[in-house]
Design a protein around this ligand. Structure first.
Ligand code: ATP
Ligand code: MG
Length: 731
């Protein structure tokens, strides 16, 4: 009975709540829906440029032109409406970008049209006096002007306008400029010009500096701000409102910038006149939008390298200083892609969507920000993990003659980073396009492109691009390092990089030194490799491991570039042509290879099993050279030779077959403890394969223990030995 009352009460209560609350709930939903509707309508009409608040000089499209933009943008807008239905993120962004560019073009065309009307120009001319006042309050002599004055005793000042200026304005400018130049102890050469290319307004040039109050410059600026706005996946609305704001904010202020002139262009090098106070590594822009980077500064001229084509750049054309340093796009979106030295995709997979950039030249982490290397970077190659271990944050050189398996070594290293949380960047400098394509295909095939970026400046690219590529790769790796991630970067190879730099330096008429390389080639490579580091947790906690590759001529590691890079790195892996040809692949020369980080970068287990490997192999190599003439040998020597040969065979490894840590440790333990004594060196491969298979099937607990990488205590060693004898018997 009691239960029935409870039920009735609950039902009554529910009924009351529904009756009273329905309205409130419906209200909430209605206001939600209205809000969404409102937002949708707003989102559908974002391209409309609102009429502007009346300014003294209207600089923006007037009402009817806004209507025109609206009509013309109808189509693109319709694209926007359906934008988020079922397309992939990349498709959406591509559409956004195209819509954006189309609209920018329209806005620019309309603005230009509007600004060229007689009416507008008249209103602009009325403001010339004000503009001149403002310009004159800002003029000053730059260090460049001073040095020019000191050299020539004369400075050129030019006042340019689209239409004739009032004589008293001209006089005012002449007077002020003359005073300024004379105060600095020089003579002035004052010119007045008319130039219809300005479209309207005026421009004062003092030495290299231009104070610009012209329509042409406004349009240039507007186009730049509009087009350089990054496009992100979801920001259709904010992008458009941002564009609208950029147009609204465009006021006809005074723009100050510096310009120089092209003296000559050849072989990808351009000499400029002017801009003497520009900085090394700064970017300049040529008239066709092509960019260059300053590489050489001399008292009377500036040398820069041109990125890309230079056949459209004429002598005497104008160059604009951009006041920014060279940079490349960076970010997660770079992974899985093949890009050129400037970060542009060349793999035909479409645009790379990233908004972040980093300068290609960046200071290496300071000493307090660094930590010693202690975490292994597992390469999956026995000869390396056991003998010359590499740690995260280390710089290890890979050096050898041509065709000794240098690139094969690093591709395997990249492959074994799968699932290790290491991001890989492979910088190909001066290689054949076909080799890079093959490299990329191999990585793709084995699912390693997911965490890899390839930066490619092939032999057919200009020397400037080859020179920049490693720095671009370094910038991409730093992005991840400062975010606390581990990165592996490979420079394949730095000898070709040195050759590209030598070419540039010779073209820039720098004095050449040893082997005709410029004197700062050491600095070039050291500042590149110093950027590899392991950061302390406070500084970001990530690491960049660098594996530069150097190609030697006939095994000569004492040539100029090899010795340089050997001294910069923390060790080298020397690949020997003779070993390679004997079939000992990877052809690591144990005697000449070192890792100065050494055991600190090995797991405890590997350190334990490989402890005496180095010395015994060195002993074997020595004995082998002595005894190769077949002298009578005592039994002890024979034994050392046999076990050495077996160990060498055990260290052989095919391409694309990186091994797990436990496999390497197990094999080395088995061979050095004599469990492979009955196996001939040429059967070692089969022995190893059987060993792994047997242990995985029969002794999974031991495999598990080995996988932890912990040191084996006496009991564990005994267990392992027992298992190995069982395996040897089963063989
Ligand atoms: P280059 O000087 O042309 O850059 P490289 O030193 O980078 O040459 P690779 O291109 O890596 O050498 O290798 C040369 C050849 O040796 C390739 O055909 C490759 O397949 C073969 N090779 C390399 N390593 C091994 C290996 N461990 N086992 C079998 N073949 C190998
Ligand atoms: Mg190679």
């Amino acid at each position: 009975m009691h239960f029935v009352y409870v039920v009735i009460n609950v039902l009554l209560l529910a009924g009351i709540i529904v009756l009273v609350g329905r309205k409130a709930i419906a209200g909430i939903f209605r206001s939600r829906r209205e809000k969404i509707d409102r937002e949708l309508t707003e989102a559908e009409t974002p391209l409309v440029l609102e009429p502007l608040p009346p300014a003294e000089a209207p600089v923006l499209p007037v009402e009817e032109e806004v209507g025109q933009i609206r009509a013309e943008s109808e189509e693109t807008l319709r694209g926007l409406e359906t934008l988020f239905e079922g397309d992939s993120a990349d498709q959406r962004r591509e559409m956004l970008l195209q819509t954006r560019n189309a609209v920018v073009e329209k806005v620019l065309a309309l603005t230009r049209e509007h600004m060229s009307t007689e009416e507008y120009r008249a209103s602009l001319a009325a403001r010339h006096g004000e503009a001149v006042e403002r310009i004159l309050s800002r003029i000053h002599l730059t260090p460049g002007d001073m040095s020019y004055l000191a050299r020539t005793g004369r400075l050129y000042v030019t006042l340019t306008s689209a239409s004739p200026l009032a004589p008293e304005l001209v006089d005012k400018v002449r007077e002020k400029a003359t005073d300024m130049v004379q105060a600095a102890g020089g003579e002035i050469s004052f010119w007045v010009r008319e130039n219809s290319e300005l479209l309207g307004g005026l421009q004062l040039r003092i030495g290299d500096t231009i104070y610009d109050f012209s329509i042409a410059d406004k349009l240039y600026r507007l186009g730049k701000t509009l087009k350089e706005r990054p496009v992100t996946e979801t920001d259709g609305d904010s992008m458009i409102s941002g564009m609208r704001k950029a147009v609204q904010d465009m006021e006809l202020g005074i723009d100050v910038f510096q310009v120089g002139r092209v003296i000559s262009v050849s072989d990808g090098i351009c000499w400029l006149d002017g801009l003497v106070d520009i900085m090394y590594g700064e970017l300049v822009e040529f008239v066709n939008g092509q960019r260059g980077m300053v590489m050489d500064i001399q008292p009377d001229r500036v040398g820069c390298i041109i990125f890309g084509r230079y056949d459209h750049i004429d002598s005497y054309s104008r160059v604009r200083r951009l006041n920014i340093m060279a940079s490349v796009p960076v970010g997660e979106a770079m992974l899985g892609r093949v890009v050129d030295a400037l970060g542009n995709p060349i793999d035909g997979k479409g645009r790379i969507w990233t908004n972040e950039r980093r300068p290609i030249e960046y200071n290496a982490p300071a000493i307090p920000d660094r930590m010693s290397v202690s975490v292994p970077l597992h390469t999956g190659i026995k000869a390396i993990d056991a003998l010359v271990p590499i740690g995260r944050g280390q710089r290890e050189l890979i050096i050898g003659d041509r065709q000794t398996g240098k690139s094969a070594l690093v591709i395997d290293t990249i492959l074994s980073q799968k699932g290790q949380g290491v991001i890989c960047i492979y910088v190909a400098v001066g290689q054949k396009r076909a080799s890079v394509a093959e490299f990329a295909a191999r990585l793709e095939q084995r699912g390693a492109m997911e965490y890899t970026t390839i930066v490619s400046a092939t032999a057919s690219d200009s020397a400037s691009l080859q020179y920049v590529a490693p720095f671009a790769g370094a910038a991409m790796s730093e992005y991840f390092m400062y975010k606390g991630r581990d990165v592996l970067i490979i420079y394949d190879d730095l000898s070709k990089h040195a050759v590209a730099y030598r070419e540039l330096s010779l073209l820039l008429h720098r004095p050449s030194g040893r082997e005709a390389y410029p004197g700062d080639i050491f600095y070039l490579h050291s500042r590149l490799l110093e950027r590899a580091a392991r950061l302390s947790p406070e500084a970001g906690g990530g690491s960049v491991t660098a594996l530069p590759i150097i190609e030697t001529q006939a095994g000569d590691i004492s040539a100029y570039i090899p010795t340089n890079v050997i001294s910069i790195t923390d060790g080298q892996i020397f690949l020997e042509a003779d070993l390679f040809n004997e079939g000992q692949r990877p052809a690591v020369n144990v005697g000449l290879s070192v890792s100065r980080v050494g055991g600190a970068a090995q797991t405890k287990l590997m350190k334990q099993v490989a402890a005496s490997l180095r010395t015994s192999l060195a002993q074997y190599r020595e004995l082998a050279t002595f005894t190769q003439f077949g002298a009578d040998l005592d039994n002890a020597t024979k034994k050392v030779l046999a076990s050495g040969a077996r160990m060498m065979a055990a260290l052989r490894q095919d391409r694309f077959a990186p091994l797990a840590d436990w496999q390497q440790a197990l094999l080395i333990f088995a061979v050095s403890e004599g469990f492979a004594d009955k196996t001939q060196p040429e059967d070692m491969e089969v022995f190893a394969a059987d060993l792994y298979r047997w242990f995985q099937a029969e002794r999974p607990e031991l495999v598990e223990q080995l996988s932890t990488g912990k040191k084996l205590d006496a009991a564990a060693q005994d267990k392992l030995r027992a298992a190995l004898s069982e395996f040897a018997e089963a063989l």
